[in-house]
Ligand binder design. Structure first.
Ligand code: 5GP
Length: 121
Protein backbone atom coordinates (compact mmCIF):
# COMPACT_ATOMS: atom_id res chain seq x y z
CA UNK A 1 0.00 0.00 0.00
CA UNK A 2 1.05 3.63 -0.38
CA UNK A 3 1.77 5.35 2.92
CA UNK A 4 0.60 8.94 3.28
CA UNK A 5 2.31 10.63 6.23
CA UNK A 6 0.59 13.64 7.85
CA UNK A 7 3.30 15.97 9.15
CA UNK A 8 0.79 17.82 11.35
CA UNK A 9 0.27 14.85 13.67
CA UNK A 10 1.03 15.41 17.35
CA UNK A 11 4.20 13.32 17.44
CA UNK A 12 5.62 15.22 14.46
CA UNK A 13 5.00 18.37 16.49
CA UNK A 14 6.79 16.82 19.48
CA UNK A 15 9.75 15.97 17.22
CA UNK A 16 9.85 19.57 15.96
CA UNK A 17 9.82 20.84 19.56
CA UNK A 18 6.42 22.52 19.13
CA UNK A 19 4.89 20.45 21.96
CA UNK A 20 6.82 19.52 25.14
CA UNK A 21 7.47 15.94 26.15
CA UNK A 22 9.04 14.08 29.05
CA UNK A 23 11.97 12.47 27.30
CA UNK A 24 13.21 9.11 28.55
CA UNK A 25 15.87 8.56 25.88
CA UNK A 26 16.91 10.02 22.54
CA UNK A 27 19.40 9.10 19.83
CA UNK A 28 19.96 10.15 16.21
CA UNK A 29 17.04 8.12 14.88
CA UNK A 30 14.54 7.80 17.72
CA UNK A 31 12.90 9.58 20.63
CA UNK A 32 11.33 7.91 23.67
CA UNK A 33 9.01 9.81 25.98
CA UNK A 34 6.36 9.21 28.62
CA UNK A 35 2.81 8.68 27.42
CA UNK A 36 0.58 11.57 28.52
CA UNK A 37 -2.15 9.14 29.67
CA UNK A 38 -0.20 6.20 31.15
CA UNK A 39 -1.99 2.85 31.22
CA UNK A 40 0.47 1.41 33.78
CA UNK A 41 3.31 2.64 36.03
CA UNK A 42 5.63 2.39 33.02
CA UNK A 43 4.22 3.67 29.75
CA UNK A 44 6.81 4.96 27.31
CA UNK A 45 6.37 5.66 23.61
CA UNK A 46 9.32 5.06 21.30
CA UNK A 47 9.08 6.81 17.93
CA UNK A 48 11.38 7.06 14.94
CA UNK A 49 12.45 10.57 13.96
CA UNK A 50 11.64 9.88 10.32
CA UNK A 51 8.16 10.34 8.79
CA UNK A 52 6.70 6.85 9.12
CA UNK A 53 3.04 6.42 9.92
CA UNK A 54 2.94 2.84 11.16
CA UNK A 55 5.02 -0.24 11.96
CA UNK A 56 4.59 -1.71 8.50
CA UNK A 57 5.55 1.62 6.88
CA UNK A 58 8.68 1.79 9.07
CA UNK A 59 9.62 -1.86 8.46
CA UNK A 60 9.18 -1.54 4.70
CA UNK A 61 10.73 1.86 4.03
CA UNK A 62 13.06 2.95 6.85
CA UNK A 63 16.78 2.50 6.23
CA UNK A 64 18.77 -0.14 8.13
CA UNK A 65 20.37 2.69 10.13
CA UNK A 66 16.98 4.10 11.12
CA UNK A 67 15.73 0.65 12.09
CA UNK A 68 18.86 -0.10 14.11
CA UNK A 69 18.65 3.28 15.84
CA UNK A 70 15.02 2.70 16.69
CA UNK A 71 15.62 -0.70 18.24
CA UNK A 72 18.70 0.56 20.06
CA UNK A 73 16.40 3.14 21.65
CA UNK A 74 13.93 0.40 22.63
CA UNK A 75 16.80 -1.42 24.30
CA UNK A 76 17.95 1.68 26.17
CA UNK A 77 14.43 2.43 27.36
CA UNK A 78 14.07 -1.10 28.73
CA UNK A 79 17.38 -0.60 30.53
CA UNK A 80 16.27 2.71 32.04
CA UNK A 81 12.75 1.98 33.23
CA UNK A 82 11.68 -0.78 35.63
CA UNK A 83 10.56 -3.63 33.42
CA UNK A 84 12.62 -6.30 35.16
CA UNK A 85 9.45 -8.36 35.69
CA UNK A 86 8.32 -7.95 32.11
CA UNK A 87 6.38 -5.62 29.90
CA UNK A 88 4.23 -5.42 26.80
CA UNK A 89 5.20 -3.73 23.53
CA UNK A 90 2.28 -2.62 21.37
CA UNK A 91 2.18 -0.99 17.96
CA UNK A 92 -1.35 -0.07 16.90
CA UNK A 93 -1.78 0.48 13.16
CA UNK A 94 -4.53 2.29 11.27
CA UNK A 95 -8.25 1.62 11.55
CA UNK A 96 -8.42 -2.00 12.65
CA UNK A 97 -5.51 -1.50 15.06
CA UNK A 98 -7.19 1.60 16.55
CA UNK A 99 -4.18 3.87 16.01
CA UNK A 100 -4.91 7.41 17.21
CA UNK A 101 -1.65 9.16 16.32
CA UNK A 102 -0.48 8.47 12.73
CA UNK A 103 3.25 8.47 13.48
CA UNK A 104 4.68 5.02 14.20
CA UNK A 105 5.13 4.48 17.93
CA UNK A 106 5.86 1.48 20.08
CA UNK A 107 4.18 1.49 23.48
CA UNK A 108 6.36 0.00 26.23
CA UNK A 109 3.96 -0.79 29.05
CA UNK A 110 4.84 -2.41 32.38
CA UNK A 111 5.74 -1.87 35.99
CA UNK A 112 2.72 -3.89 37.13
CA UNK A 113 0.92 -7.12 36.28
CA UNK A 114 -0.98 -6.65 33.02
CA UNK A 115 -4.10 -8.44 31.86
CA UNK A 116 -4.12 -10.74 28.88
CA UNK A 117 -3.51 -9.00 25.59
CA UNK A 118 -6.83 -10.15 24.10
CA UNK A 119 -9.82 -11.69 25.88
CA UNK A 120 -9.47 -15.46 26.18
CA UNK A 121 -12.04 -17.51 24.24
P1 5GP B 1 -2.29 5.01 19.72
O1 5GP B 1 -3.73 4.86 20.09
O2 5GP B 1 -2.11 5.87 18.49
O3 5GP B 1 -1.56 3.70 19.65
O4 5GP B 1 -1.60 5.74 20.96
C1 5GP B 1 -1.39 7.09 21.02
C2 5GP B 1 -0.85 7.39 22.41
O5 5GP B 1 -0.33 8.71 22.41
C3 5GP B 1 -1.90 7.32 23.51
O6 5GP B 1 -1.48 6.38 24.49
C4 5GP B 1 -1.94 8.75 24.06
O7 5GP B 1 -2.11 8.80 25.46
C5 5GP B 1 -0.59 9.31 23.64
N1 5GP B 1 -0.59 10.75 23.39
C6 5GP B 1 -1.49 11.46 22.67
N2 5GP B 1 -1.15 12.75 22.64
C7 5GP B 1 0.00 12.86 23.37
C8 5GP B 1 0.84 13.97 23.70
O8 5GP B 1 0.61 15.12 23.31
N3 5GP B 1 1.94 13.69 24.46
C9 5GP B 1 2.23 12.43 24.89
N4 5GP B 1 3.32 12.28 25.63
N5 5GP B 1 1.45 11.37 24.59
C10 5GP B 1 0.36 11.58 23.84
Amino acid sequence: MAFDYDSENIFAKILRGEIPNRTVYENEHALAFEDIRPQAPVHVLVIPKGPYMSLDHFAQEASPEEQAGFFAAVGEVCRKVDVSHGFRAIANARLHGVQDVPHFHLHIIGGAQLGRMLPAD
